[in-house]
Ligand binder design. Structure first.
Ligand SMILES: *Cc1c(COP(=O)(O)O)cnc(C)c1O
Ligand code: SF4
Length: 412
């Protein structure tokens, strides 16, 4: 790459995490199309990912050979400007066991507990739009991770309403199988019988398919999935696929087939982001390919309000347009993909479309998941806004009397 670009990379990389491995570089990126190649844009920094003043400040320090301590301080300050914890993740949804906060568990929706195992707090490569990026930068107070599987089982024993345990990260598939086993085995015992589904949120199929195919560690993981299925649990690999190219290599095809041979089901989800997949044809091709590979299309997310959101974000109206155009091009089997969905503070909000309400243009929305289950599935409205990019930018309709936020408890 030209030296000018390398400087940009160093400046952006001093604030946002950057990591790319040889599989992504050799098999996914089309270097003849870089820097506009979608996988290059997905993984490699771009100067526009930082607000101009932040970029200039960091560039001046780096160019001037500032001492390490000063650089560290400046990057920590810059990170705090980029809303590292969207949806108040650090304070909200952290469960308590015997008076002790279990940082590293999130229990927001009754039936599902999220687990952030401490050994799984990195990924094989990083996505530029990552909403978990704060977990990867070296500020201890930005990390939330669970060390001891006994804390998980202890919590589950008191919460029989939990049917799904969702391992997330970073990427839980970065963990060696003997570590994964320490987390999973207790959930297969009779005492953990309320747990019916084990989910693994992962981008390893995109970034490191060898995790599922190569060597004894991969074999052991397949045996573990088989045992979980034999124990009556549903094993769901919640795969993050941003672009159809990630589904095209021989390596990923082999990995998909191996996972499916264990009885596990792969479901696919990703955010819709500028520069990578903001094109209806990309999504319809990806969903169709997923159906052919036996993968269930699941969620299309709206880019979250964090990190490099000024670079990757899109207005909600554009997201809606891309989703609608893409879903119209596929058959019902691929219409299991729901979106665009915002994972916001009160819940997962789906944008169904636009409508006229009392003569006013409106967004039609509903909660797919909510802090309070009784909010789920009740349509509500917000004023149409061609610039809004996130739930908290939405406003009530002025004339109709319909309220936004939709439930009085949500009012600020
Ligand atoms: C998305 C999400 C889940 C899972 O929701 P499903 O709709 O069941 O996939 C669970 N917890 C949190 C905090 C989430 O954001
Ligand atoms: S795979 Fe997920 S957690 Fe890892 S960098 Fe990408 S978005 Fe972030």
């Amino acid at each position: 790459m030209p030296s000018e670009y390398v400087r940009d990379l160093r400046v952006v990389g001093s604030v946002l995490p950057f990591k790319v491995n040889e599989y992504v570089a050799d098999e996914l990126i089309d270097w003849s199309a870089a820097p506009d190649d979608p996988i290059f844009r997905l993984t490699f920094p771009h100067r526009d990912m930082l607000p101009v003043p932040v970029f200039d400040r960091m560039a001046a320090l780096l160019d001037g050979g500032a001492p390490r301590a000063e650089l560290r301080q400046a990057s920590a300050a810059a990170q705090m400007e980029l809303n590292p914890h969207p949806g108040d993740q650090l304070q909200a949804n952290v469960p308590v066991l015997d008076g002790r906060r279990l940082d590293g568990l999130q229990h927001k929706y009754a039936e599902t507990v999220l687990v952030f195992p401490s050994q799984g707090q990195t990924c094989h490569s990083y996505c530029g739009y990552c909403f978990r990026w704060a977990q990867f930068v070296s500020q201890a107070d930005l990390r939330q991770a669970l060390r001891d599987p006994a804390d998980l089982t202890g919590y589950l024993a008191r919460h029989p309403e939990v049917t799904d345990v969702l391992f997330t990260g970073g990427d839980p598939m970065i963990m060696r199988t003997d570590v994964v086993r320490r987390w999973v085995e207790p959930l297969l015992e009779a005492a953990a019988n309320s747990v019916r589904t084990l989910r693994f949120g992962t981008k390893a199929l995109s970034y490191w398919p060898a995790r599922f195919t190569s060597g004894p560690d991969a074999d052991d993981l397949m045996r573990l999935f088989e045992r979980a299925v034999a124990a009556g649990r549903h094993v769901a690999v919640m795969a993050h696929f941003s672009h159809p190219r990630e589904l095209e290599t021989d390596a990923v095809r082999t990995a998909i087939a191996r996972i499916q041979a264990t009885g596990a089901v792969i479901r696919a989800q990703a955010p819709l982001v500028a520069h990578v997949n903001d094109d209806a044809a990309v999504w319809s091709r990806m969903w169709q390919m997923q159906v052919e590979l036996g993968i269930v299309p699941y969620y299309m997310f709206v880019e979250r309000d964090t990190g490099a959101r000024n670079y990757f974000g899109l207005p909600l109206v554009r997201a809606l347009e891309i989703y609608t155009e893409a879903i119209r091009r596929v058959s019902g089997l691929a219409r299991t993909a729901r979106g665009p969905v915002m994972s916001a503070g009160p819940g997962k909000v789906m944008i169904h479309g636009t409508a006229q309400v009392g003569g006013e243009d409106a967004f039609v929305l509903s909660f797919l998941q909510a802090r309070r289950p009784e909010w789920v599935g009740r349509p509500f409205f917000a004023a149409y806004d061609e610039h809004a990019q996130w739930y908290d930018e939405l406003k009530p309709l002025s004339a109709s009397g319909a309220s936004f936020p939709p439930f009085p408890e949500l009012a600020p």
